[in-house]
Design a protein around this ligand. Structure first.
Ligand SMILES: [Fe+2]
Length: 194
């Protein structure tokens, strides 16, 4: 089998296993139970060579590749990024999220919405997603991310709902204490590597 075929098989098996654990009602316990499967896939660096998943270029800080989706709208992406990449606080429009690292370090700032001040979610925790770790968000989760360390990043991002359908995604402008509705074009182009 070619690398692409091996990857397709491993990605599909992993994604279906995770989806069967999470089911329709994600909980912290289910996320924790499912994380090891995504981490095990992320350990297969041989399946994610730089030839197939190049780092961003031309001044871009990240690049997104679709590696799995299904008829229910779940989608798994491989995202390459450079240290220094940042993404301001956002939710995923009601979708759960799970992220594991193939390579590089991504710092996550985890927030909780503050209903009394909609534009200023409360920082609850920070952690670094690097090989051997994973991060998850429930459907109401909010996070900001930052590429740290010195190595280029390659992370696997799994969502119950694909980016295109995360329609009501909210982004937070902490400085102004305001919120914006996410625009798909801000995400750039998604390359199909299924
Ligand atoms: Fe995110």
């Amino acid at each position: 089998m070619t690398i692409a075929q091996q990857r397709r098989q491993a990605v599909t098996e992993t994604a279906e296993r995770i989806l069967s654990v999470i089911g329709d009602k994600p909980t912290v316990a289910k996320m924790e139970a499912a994380k090891p499967y995504l981490m095990a896939l992320a350990e297969r660096r041989d399946l994610f060579p730089a030839e197939d998943f190049p780092a961003p270029d031309g001044g871009a800080t990240d690049r997104t590749y679709l590696i799995f989706d299904n008829e229910n709208g779940a989608a798994l992406y491989a995202i390459t990024a450079i240290p220094g990449m940042t993404y301001r606080p956002h939710d995923h429009g009601g979708s759960w999220a799970m992220i594991a690292a193939v390579q590089g370090q991504e710092k996550h700032y985890l927030y909780q919405a503050d209903p009394s001040v909609p534009g200023r979610p409360i920082l609850k925790d920070t952690l670094t997603c690097e090989p051997g770790t994973a991060v998850s968000l429930l459907p109401d989760g909010i996070h900001a991310i930052e590429g740290v360390g010195t190595e280029p990043l390659l992370h696997l991002h799994f969502y119950g709902t694909r980016f295109e359908d995360q329609g009501d995604r909210t982004e937070y402008d902490l400085e102004n204490g305001s919120t914006d509705v996410f625009r798909m074009e801000a995400f750039g182009f998604i390359e199909d590597k299924r």
